[in-house]
Design a protein around this ligand. Structure first.
Ligand code: DCP
Ligand code: MG
Length: 548
């Protein structure tokens, strides 16, 4: 993967047949069934023929010759699975009679030509996906020698974020266009200001979302679809997410099929679902989607640190309950996953606001007793004023103007919190406690309170200069953040948890890739970031877009 990245490749986290152009098999023990499974298909013959399955030699030869071998099928040299080679090579000659197959053949040919063109013009591979299948696609635009920066967890995270923000903002803008209740000369100015959710003191519809029941049902459906493997559920998840965004932003109650269909991103099928919810209060489809496998995958995804792939793999290994995970000899659990299973119910329960507050009131003085000059602030849903919290998010920093920093403080604090019986289990420790920027994840509880539950707690430490960026990001909420990021990008800035930067140069065709990191222009306080973005300062309780 490193080698491919060095040669201009980039990564995507999920197999998408519309994006992937080649599957590269790098492991010897990688059978076709395993590859199909990784790509989200039942069998290899379901993988579109337009995506050739090649051996690592194709890449190796390409790297040695400075150009990918164009005739990958020649002599079967690079073919990973012979059965697919035959079908591919027949594709443009032997399908003349069947319409459907000739369409496929045409696609294959067009794709191959397009790919040939791209390879010839770039001589670069793009690696798509994680472990096998490794799938290269040519990059256009990125020059060799340019340093390419990718998000560690998800290289396309920023792209998704920008796309979601763009969609959400388009939805909001459309709502403000429809609203003719405020005629007069100031209308245009108000409309412009209201285009960005973050500019609005009530980022969601005033008084809560009038379609919350529909949002809830579609969100339940979305959660179930997200637990299913493969490209088709992914597409449906995207459709439902768009409909949910539109419904959240819509200021009036949807009353008819036509109302529903007018919402951006809502087609006939989703509009029918919306009508079913309005008329019956429920959605049959939810029962249908709630299959045994989905329920089990959802159960497993509730374990700390477990995503869809791991949950699905455990299901495929025959596990159906949390107990099965502990007893199945084929399952190797990490320490964090073991803790996640042990305190499964506690961790998946939201805590009352008062409990989060009480824990913070215990923790803050302990931190200040180590160094009274520390900046210690609770963020997340608590800071926004939410009545219940999924976890506790705490930021620690220190003004270095007296020559001292918060270096090493986190380790000392954790030791004291463990001694005090507040922090009870560690889930993820920082690599180097001496770093000024660190993240810790663990469990905590109210000590000396009989039966108090384990709660998730995150500590974040940042250099003083990034305090505002971190505070803003981790206070959320997520949609408010997206909106601010989007506004920042329309103004030529880039906003992330470290602050607001100017002069970021992105690859024009792959916006997730930064060709130049730019310079931070506002980051020490939230206020200065708001100011640079020309947004009136919003206190945390005005950054709420979720009303549940
Ligand atoms: N955040 C974000 N995008 C994400 C995840 C998080 O912008 N994908 C930001 C906004 C969140 C904040 O980080 O408000 C903290 O993340 P949490 O998951 O702790 O979310 P909340 O604190 O808002 O809610 P909860 O009560 O569920 O913890
Ligand atoms: Mg939180």
């Amino acid at each position: 993967m490193t080698l491919l990245l060095r040669h201009g490749a980039s990564l995507v986290p999920v197999f998408d047949p519309n994006v992937v152009t080649h599957i590269i098999i790098s492991g010897r023990d990688c059978g076709s069934g395993k590859v199909a499974d990784k790509a989200g298909y039942k069998k290899m013959s379901d993988v579109p023929l337009s995506i050739p399955t090649l051996t690592w030699d194709w890449i190796a030869d390409g790297i040695s010759f400075g150009k990918m071998p164009e005739h990958w099928d020649a002599g079967g040299k690079y073919i990973a699975f012979p059965e697919r080679s035959q079908r591919n090579s027949k594709s443009d000659a032997s399908v003349s009679n069947a319409n459907a197959r000739s369409t496929i053949a045409k696609k294959v040919q067009t794709n191959l030509e397009r790919r040939k063109y791209r390879w010839a013009n770039t001589s670069k591979a793009t690696v798509v996906s994680g472990t096998p299948p490794i799938v290269p696609e040519a990059i256009s635009g990125a020059e060799s020698g340019v340093s390419v920066q990718c998000d560690k967890d998800d290289p396309l995270a920023e792209f998704y974020e920008a796309a979601a923000a763009e969609h959400f903002e388009r939805v909001s803008a459309r709502e403000s266009d429809d609203d003719d209740s405020d005629p007069g000369p100031s209308k245009n100015a108000k409309k412009f200001a209201a285009q960005f959710t973050c500019d609005n003191p009530h980022p969601g519809p005033v008084g809560g979302c009038p379609n919350q029941d529909i949002v809830d049902q579609l969100s339940t459906l979305l959660d179930l679809v997200k637990c299913q493997p493969g490209p088709e559920p992914r597409q449906r998840a995207y459709t439902y997410s768009r409909a949910i965004s539109s419904l959240r932003a819509h200021p009036k109650r949807i009353k008819s099929f036509e109302d529903a269909k007018r919402l951006p991103g809502v087609g006939e099928r989703t509009a029918s679902k919306i009508m079913e919810i309005i008329q019956t209060g429920g959605l049959e489809r939810i029962k249908h989607e709630n299959s045994e496998s989905v329920q089990v995958v959802k159960l497993f995804q509730g374990i700390y640190g477990v995503g869809q792939n791991t949950a699905q793999m455990w299901y495929n290994n025959g596990c159906r309950t949390l107990e099965d995970l502990k007893t199945n000899p084929r399952i190797v659990l990490s320490d964090a996953q073991k803790v996640g299973i042990q305190f499964y119910d506690d961790i998946n329960d939201r805590m009352p606001r008062a409990e989060a507050g009480a824990l913070f009131e215990l923790i803050k003085p302990i931190a200040l007793s180590i160094d009274p000059a520390l900046f210690v602030e609770i963020m997340g849903s608590y800071r926004r004023g939410k009545a219940d919290c999924g976890d506790i998010d705490i930021l620690i920093s220190r003004d270095p103007s007296d020559g001292r920093t918060h270096e090493g403080i986190l380790q000392e604090l954790l030791e004291r919190l463990v001694q005090a019986g507040i922090v009870t289990e560690h889930l993820a420790l920082p690599g180097d406690f001496e770093d000024l920027e660190n993240c810790y994840r663990g469990l905590c509880r109210l000590p000396n309170v009989a039966g108090s539950k384990r709660r998730r707690i995150d500590f974040l430490t940042v250099p003083w200069k990034n305090k505002g960026g971190a505070l803003l990001y981790y206070t959320g909420d997520d949609i408010f953040n997206r909106s601010m990021r989007y506004k920042a990008s329309t103004m030529g800035f880039s906003l992330n948890q470290r602050g607001l930067s100017a002069g970021v140069v992105r690859d024009p065709s792959r916006r997730s890739i930064k060709l130049n990191k730019g310079n931070i222009v506002a980051s020490e306080t939230e206020e200065e970031i708001f100011k640079m973005l020309n947004i009136k300062y919003r206190p945390p309780h005005e950054r709420v877009t979720h009303f549940k």
